[in-house]
Design a protein around this ligand. Sequence first.
Ligand SMILES: *Cc1c(COP(=O)(O)O)cnc(C)c1O
Length: 459
Amino acid sequence: MSNEIQNELRKLPAVEKVLADPALTAAIERYSHPVVTEAVRAVIDRLRQSAASGNKTPAPGAVAELVKRHLAEEWPGLLQSVINATGIILHTNLGRAPLSAETMAALANILGGYYALELDLNTGERGIRAREMEKLLTLLTGAESALVVNNNAAAVLLVLTALAKGREVIVSRSELVQIGGGFRVPDVMAQSGAIMREVGTTNQTFARDFEQAINDNTAMLLSVHRSNFALRGFTHDPALSELREIAGNFGLPFVYDLGSGAVVDTAGYGMSHEPTVGQALDAGADLVCVSGDKLLGGPQCGIILGKEVFIDQLRKHPLLRAVRVDKYAAVALTATVLQYLKGDTGKLPAYAMMAAPIEELDSRGWAMAGLLNAAGLSAEVIDGESLAGGGSLPDETLPTKLVAVAVRGNMDEFSRRLRLGTPPVLGRVWEGRFIIDLRTVFLTQDNDLTQAVIAAAGA
Ligand SMILES: *Cc1c(COP(=O)(O)O)cnc(C)c1O
């Protein structure tokens, strides 16, 4: 090893010395001592390798800056709320629905203490978990009974396992969907131990296809809402009422995995009509499974609604213990459902975003574009579309106004800088411009967003 290299290696600061640098005090406050220590070690390791291959060791003060950058890249989202400028209202990778102020207040009130989650306050004995939440759900949907689990994937898995394990479930070939990264109907079926019996074709399935497939080993008729894609052209699906009738004739349960659907009629929000839970139950599904965050704009959970006889079997199944709703979601869902019952859907962020007037998006957009232009960027407001997203309301877009920002340099780099900023910002890149859809940005975030774009463009 040359003397020069040895010299550079000797200049490397000790971990403790870097940690004591006042420039890292705020970082230790934010990330904790062990996290920053790990970052310091990683940076010094890197500098050691770099010095060994003949590079200079940076001045002591510069090491803290490298540590800060390392932390920003390794822990970018740590307890940070993200600005969602994608326009996708139920963005699955961003946790789907933002909760309402009323729901947050209920969480803040209760979660720091105890809650009668599974205790009957009348008797003082163990009760049914979140009984009041389930009672509210039956009032909201008109269902005979309700059961809430971790998410809709768990709901479908529980229903298939408890009611059809080792027996056949008849489902149309046109409904063997994949939702998001992991939910695939054939895989969930296999996991449950039920035997999938596909009928019909990709585009045409009739009620008689279901009827002809029924045998002594049939346990269930299943229909799956094609949440995230649409079938057009020469197509046919049996009506829910036809499947109900066949299931009834053979004494079988008819289960509908609705996934998203709606509680209130989405046509009132400028979207096309989605089946509501009430309609699915009226049309005769014995059980309907939905996602609480897609259906209600509430917390992540899966909701099973329908006939008491079947829900009762689900309650007794050992798998329920593994997939049951947790305390946080129970409180949040109770508060969200109460808001529906009070007619306060306008206060739920997802609905407020859907209903945002286009003129308001336009004026907010021009205000932002004005500030960006004044800062030397090139921005304008253009027409575009927002997506409901979250594997729900397929094809559904809402006309919107977009802030389009032209940026010099590499667009991917620019987007990455925004994602790694504080707060992180997520937008879209389209035809060489950075696109901001203010529909999913809270009014209180407009200023932070503007500043973040200016900072990322200047860097
Ligand atoms: C979204 C969806 C699921 C999965 O629901 P999660 O709550 O994400 O687990 C299952 N089935 C359908 C039809 C869906 O739309």
